[in-house]
Design a protein around this ligand. Structure first.
Ligand code: HEC
Length: 121
């Protein structure tokens, strides 16, 4: 730890700290859980269920009737990169999406959150 801190302070390591799944779970609870369930079998709330979202094609959760045309026709797969962009700035990533989310600025927090989501499958 100390060595890492020293290297970081010396500007020698651009490497991000390893993603932290439990911090990611906290972040999910704080930012996403009101609108999204991780239940399996899938359950939809204000937003579609997110169980197994990583790798899935956007706009395809069964029984979720409120998808925007934008998301249904986006023809994209939720890779970690795409999802990272979407939770940074949803409307810039999928113009016309109806997800109202102000975005998470902190890249480390997003990385933790994505790491956590990748365990939910
Ligand atoms: C205020 C409610 C709300 C919050 C908070 C919210 N979302 Fe959403 N989310 C939605 C809605 C509504 C949609 C459907 C958007 C559309 O159809 O354009 C959606 C869509 C999505 C999708 C696309 C799912 C699919 O099946 O294609 C993903 C992925 C997603 N949200 C992830 C997240 C994550 C991760 C967070 C937390 C960082 C979050 N959302 C926070 C309401 C929300």
């Amino acid at each position: 730890m100390l060595a890492v801190a020293w290297l970081a302070s010396a500007g020698l390591t651009p490497v991000a700290r390893a993603a932290d799944i439990s911090a990611g779970a906290d972040s999910y609870d704080a930012h996403c859980a009101d609108c999204h369930s991780l239940a399996n079998p899938m359950r939809n709330k204000k937003g579609p269920g997110l169980f197994g979202v990583i790798g899935r094609t956007a706009g395809t959760v069964p029984g979720y009737a409120k998808y925007s045309d934008a998301l249904k026709t986006a023809n994209l797969r939720w890779t970690p990169d795409k999802l990272d962009a979407y939770i940074t700035n949803s409307k810039a990533t999928v113009p016309g999406t109806t997800m109202k989310f102000r975005g998470i600025r902190d890249a480390k927090e997003r990385a933790d959150l994505l790491e956590f989501l990748s365990t939910q499958k």
